[in-house]
Design a binder for this molecule. Structure first.
Ligand code: NAP
Length: 499
């Protein structure tokens, strides 16, 4: 390892006397871009990002299905240090978010740290440093690894009988293929999550026939999505502080009106949300269609759908809601269990993600032999969703059981990165070489989290990607302010500092 150690800065001192450290960041999405910017702001320049794709952007690079947008307001779904006066809408489309991320990365010269086309497949700590290997065999070392690998990353492809027999065009929303024509064709969409609903609204007027295969009806919160006027954009440009003020105000509104509501199944805000969803559903004119679109679970039990035009779209003459279960896929379309055949030219799987993967399938091995694959054999857990006992100096952004769902994951990532960097400060200051959460702190956090999770609306009797194999919501079950409070500064008693 001599050659590798030579090319790194371990042992050097920064101009201010702190230890220089080498960082490997895995993934160049929102969190990876953020990590680079924040590390450099703290004076750390020895940073390399491994990105398996050929372009940054993460989820926004991958999710390019028609209608893709973020249902968190754009002023909030932005970095706190990079307000964007050019958002076109209150809720901006995915391509704009991708362009925003590319601009922020360019403004901060992030790409000089990024190595594209390299997937980290193995990371092993020798008691001194992390040794990493990519799929091409490239190796590297790091004092600290920041895993910015995302939550909604590995597409879930359902095991539908005959899927391979489909002779038309088959696409997953999370791996869209722009070369597949839609205009004038018969399109089937499987799923009724946010991705499906956004796709339906975007394509219904272009396609010949649209068949939406619904296994579970969803509550839909109406969305009002005005375009920003030129005057509003000019005002944002003239006064970035004012736009940031709006960012913080919207954050408060989100926390009070939604984020705090979902963690308390009995909250009055949830009653209000349910009413709004119900009124929205009542706009569906045909009683039979309305009945079939009526969920059998509480609003916000599954992740709420926020949409401007879904009910309008599904009432178009060429739109067909199919609520009979799928029996099998055949070459020419989908056969439902009642024997009916739905002819399709294009089959869209809007079937979501394998949400328990996180860093996996990467193999991660700690200095005492702790293996992530074993530690997470049952299900992924982490102290405060950030780190795992036995895997020192490894910090995850948007890791297991953190605030997901209808939050701004950018806001979450900022809090997590700042928190992690405070632990890194301990290393840079010479207080220790290794930092990891204690087993006790991790277990007691997980115990409290599981107990609190049972009181959330996600646990009120529906099936969703929030639930683990036991039916326990895999999410932060306390108010968002509690998350902000916990992220403000690490409780060093919860950590083992060594070396
Ligand atoms: P999802 O919410 O997990 O929805 C997957 C859909 O596929 C569900 O309707 C599910 O039905 C259906 N499905 C899965 N397997 C099936 C099968 N074998 N047969 C029939 N139907 C099947 O996935 P998603 O829509 O991609 O959204 C995932 C998450 O991404 C969202 O919850 C959200 O957090 C994020 N997202 C956010 C935005 C945004 O605007 N911010 C947009 C898109 C996605 P069941 O409900 O019956 O399980």
């Amino acid at each position: 390892m001599t050659d590798l150690d030579d090319r790194t800065s371990s042992g050097d001192l920064l101009p201010d006397g702190r230890r220089n450290l080498r960082f490997v960041v895995i993934g160049a999405g929102v969190s990876g871009i953020l990590a680079v910017i924040r590390l450099r702001a703290r004076g750390f320049e020895d940073v390399v990002v491994y990105e398996k794709a050929d372009r940054l952007g993460g989820t926004w690079r991958e999710n390019r299905y028609p209608g893709v947008a973020c249902d968190v307001p754009s002023v909030l779904y932005s970095f706190s240090f990079a307000p964007n006066p050019d958002w076109s809408h209150r809720f901006s489309p995915g391509a704009e978010i991708q362009a925003y991320l590319e601009k922020v990365a360019a403004d901060h010269d992030v790409e000089r740290s990024v190595v594209y086309g390299e997937e980290v497949v193995h990371a092993e700590h020798d008691g001194h440093r992390w040794h990493l290997r990519t799929d091409s065999g490239r190796t590297d070392v790091a004092d600290v690894v920041i895993a910015a690998t995302g939550v909604l990353h590995h597409p879930f492809v359902p095991g539908l009988d005959g899927l391979d027999d489909f002779a038309g065009d088959l696409v997953h929303t999370a791996r869209w293929d722009e070369d597949v024509p839609l205009a004038g064709r018969r399109v089937g969409i499987v799923g009724t999550g946010s991705s499906a609903v956004q796709t339906v609204g975007a394509i219904v007027d272009d396609v010949a026939e649209l068949h939406l295969f619904q296994r579970t009806a969803q509550w839909v919160l109406p969305q009002v999505n005005p375009a920003y006027t030129d005057d509003e954009k000019a005002a944002f440009r003239a006064d970035p502080e004012a736009q940031m003020q709006l960012h913080y105000e919207v954050s408060e509104l989100f926390a009070d009106g939604f984020a705090n509501a979902v963690v308390d199944a009995d909250s009055p805000q949830l009653v209000k949300i349910a009413e709004m969803c119900r009124e929205n559903l009542d706009t569906v004119a045909d009683p039979d269609l309305r009945a079939r679109l009526t969920p059998d679970h509480r609003a916000a039990c599954k992740r709420l759908i926020v949409a401007e035009d879904f009910y309008g779209a599904i009432q178009r003459p060429n739109a067909h809601l199919v609520t009979t279960d799928i029996d099998r896929i055949e070459a020419g379309g989908i056969r439902t269990v009642n024997g009916r055949f739905h002819e399709l030219d294009v089959l869209v799987l809007a079937t979501g993600f394998r949400v328990d993967r996180f860093l996996r399938p990467m193999e991660v091995v700690g200095p005492t032999g702790v293996r992530l694959s074993e530690a997470w054999a049952e299900r992924p857990t982490a102290y405060l969703s950030l780190s795992v006992p036995g895997l020192p100096n490894l910090f995850m952004v948007n890791g297991p059981n953190g605030p997901v769902g209808n939050f701004s994951l950018i806001e979450v990532a900022e809090l997590q990165v700042e928190y992690s960097l405070q632990l890194v400060d301990q290393i840079a200051a010479g207080e220790c070489r290794l930092v990891e959460p204690s087993v006790e702190a991790t277990e007691s956090h997980e115990e409290a989290r599981v107990a609190a999770a049972s009181k959330t609306v996600w646990a009120t009797g529906c099936n969703s990607w929030y639930l683990d194999d036991r039916g326990v919501p895999m999410a932060w079950p306390w108010p968002f302010r509690e998350f902000q409070r916990r992220m403000a500064a690490p409780d060093l008693d919860a950590y083992v500092l060594s070396g």
